[in-house]
Design a protein around this ligand. Structure first.
Ligand SMILES: [Zn+2]
Length: 617
């Protein structure tokens, strides 16, 4: 988070400036002022406006944690620039404003006519709404919120079930989530109603397809399909609407899609979207490693979705998936120095992958930039007189209960490297409330809900323990939480210990790509073997028999300080006569999120544990 705040956010704003994304707003503003501009060239993509919105959103979340007057002033200037590019009725889409007769070829000849296909007008609006809600919540300022509400009101007039309104569905979802956020910050029912309308209308008539999740209406969908980022945003919007309206059909639909995704389409890293073709979900159990697409944005969307389902159901299994994605498939999207980004996140490399400084279609850097600073919002939740503790890291949270009691929770831990977590409670007045501490699935012998992956052997180490003021509390787990309900006073101490042995994970036999292979996990972190740490720089032909002992050690000088797993493995190759030769050698694995920070080379998450799984050089 600190690298993101100090490096990635300024870096990403710099890229938005140097690539002309701010210039697009300036040109649109000049046209609106009646100036005759000479450069009317269309932006690279009709959704280039979203990149400044996304970085602005991230910067806002960062400001909520760490005041920064210079950044705050920069945001105010940027917001003024964005506002100046908004048409009088609220429409905000620079490529059409810059040149209404020759906008980007994807934009269509008039407002909205290409929305279901490629114009991304509602996608741009959705990102504006997300940024505006974050900026308002973080700073209390309404300058960006004002711009967003003006456009949201235009959408409320333009789209809806009435005969004089348009009945298009959004081509690239996110406006649904954005409207739900505007509803949360303003309490205006019409924004929630429009979010639900955009869901209801989707697939309501012929012409839709699975790529856009528009072949059938969302309430009738049962499987995670199509473009994985669009899908993740749709499912997040469905979860918002299900939670905020209580609509039972939406609750049933979103639960069914989630079970399909987590049970049949989720990588061990928490990544989703197996296919490069269409950046899409594959069929059930189609989880190739070398060609896994796993767009960084899809991992971010997966966390949006799981957070919302947690808020809907209060079940820790969603936080389990969220945590898996966070520490593995999502975090791999950015380099350790904060300036290089992955678009796809494969689980195996033959040496051809490297992060890039930026992309023409820059969705992934923007999503990393906005998600990481929003993380504090994922650690805790509050309902009535209860607190949920979902994630673990050192820090302090100020929480207000429904009865007005103020609680300060302070965590001290080295998580995810160490499973000892100490929480100190402070209250303004001694009072009764509950603290529900998540006992992660991985600490309860469950890799993922639904059984797509399982641990090879039961952990033989010490059990999970929970102590209150030094006394052991019997573990009674409900929906993944150990619930402590009592009269709390300042100075009460909760100590959770989650043992972190190295575990071998195997996939369901339905996953052909992982047959004869194991993955290594310790705590929530998934490991991989990478070329610099193993003899000859070869890791795809390694064999790690199940009986080989593995030990974890912390290496403070490696990759900013990571836990590594070491043991002995076999390098397998074919000799001139065609028979296999096995050479025993040292083996080392690093956390998957930290790979590709030392140049190109081989990497593999899944490692053969028998000759049949070995990939010969
Ligand atoms: Zn992306």
């Amino acid at each position: 988070m600190e690298t993101n705040r100090l490096v990635t956010i300024p870096y990403a704003f710099g890229k938005c400036e140097s690539s002309g994304r701010m210039y697009n707003f300036a040109r649109a503003a000049a046209v609106l002022r009646g100036e005759n501009i000479s450069d009317r060239k269309a932006p690279g993509f009709p959704f280039d406006d979203t990149d400044p919105y996304k970085v602005l959103e991230g910067a806002s979340y960062a400001l909520a944690v760490q005041p920064d007057p210079k950044m705050s002033a920069y945001l105010d200037r940027l917001i003024a620039l964005i506002a100046s590019a908004q048409e009088p009725d609220g429409y905000l889409y620079t490529t059409r404003t810059i040149d209404p007769r020759h906008p980007h070829p994807w934009s269509g000849s008039a407002r909205w006519v290409n929305e279901q296909d490629s114009s991304h007008e509602l996608y741009d609006a959705g990102h504006l709404f997300e940024a505006a809600a974050a900026h308002y919540q973080a700073t209390g300022k309404t300058n960006l919120l004002h711009v967003a509400l003006k456009e949201a009101d235009l959408l409320c007039k333009t789209f809806g079930p009435a005969t004089n309104q348009l009945h298009y569905w959004p081509g690239h979802e996110i406006v649904e989530m954005g409207l739900a956020k505007l509803y949360r910050v303003t309490g205006e029912q019409r924004y929630l109603a429009l979010a639900k309308y955009f869901l209801d209308v989707r697939g309501s008539r012929p012409g839709g397809d699975d790529y856009h999740q528009s072949r059938i209406p969302p309430v009738d969908q049962t499987e995670a399909v199509g473009h994985a980022v669009r899908a993740g945003y749709l499912y997040s919007g469905m979860a918002d609407v299900a939670a905020l309206t209580g609509d039972k059909d939406y609750v049933r639909a979103i639960d069914t899609i989630w079970e399909n995704c987590v049970g049949k389409k989720l990588y061990i890293t928490g990544g989703v979207g197996a296919r490069p073709d269409g950046e899409a979900f594959g069929s059930n159990y189609e989880l190739p490693n070398l060609t896994a697409y796993n767009e960084t944005c899809a991992a971010v969307a997966n966390d949006f979705w799981n957070e919302r389902l947690f808020l809907l159901h209060g079940d820790a299994k969603y936080a389990d998936v969220l945590e898996r994605t966070l520490y593995n498939g999502l975090l791999a999207g950015v380099s350790l120095d904060g300036t290089r980004f992955f678009y796809p996140n494969p689980l195996e490399s033959a040496g051809d992958y490297e992060r890039s400084p930026w992309f023409g279609c820059a969705c992934c850097p923007g999503n990393i930039t906005r998600f990481l600073p929003s993380l504090p919002g994922y650690f805790y939740a509050q309902q009535h007189d209860g607190i949920f503790v979902n994630l673990f890291a050192s820090g302090t949270a100020d929480i207000t209960l429904d009865n007005g009691r103020k609680v300060v929770l302070t965590q001290e831990t080295r998580y995810p490297w160490d499973g000892a977590i100490k929480m100190v409670v402070a209250t303004d007045k001694k009072s009764r409330f509950s603290i529900a501490v998540r006992i992660p699935g991985w600490a309860r012998n469950e890799v993922v809900p639904g059984g797509l992956y399982h641990f090879m052997a039961a952990a033989t180490n010490e059990p999970v323990t929970l102590k209150l003021n030094g006394e052991t509390v019997p573990l009674k787990i409900e929906k993944g939480y150990a619930i402590l309900n009592r009269r709390w006073k300042t100075g009460d101490v909760i100590e959770l210990n989650l043992p972190m042995p190295v575990r071998r994970v195997v996939a369901s036999e339905n996953v052909k790509a992982d047959a004869g292979r194991v993955a290594l996990q310790r705590g929530p972190v998934v490991f991989c073997a990478e070329w610099p740490d193993n003899p000859d720089g070869k890791v795809r032909n390694l064999m790690l028999p199940d009986e080989q002992l593995l030990a974890a050690t912390f290496e403070p000088s490696l990759l900013n300080g990571v836990e590594t797993i070491k043991g002995r493995a076999f390098n397998v190759s074919k000799n001139a006569g065609g028979s296999l030769t096995k050479t025993e050698q040292d083996f080392k694995a690093i956390p998957y999120f930290a790979w590709a920070n030392r140049g190109r080379g081989e990497m593999s998450v899944w490692i053969a544990d028998s000759e049949t799984g070995v990939r010969l050089p």
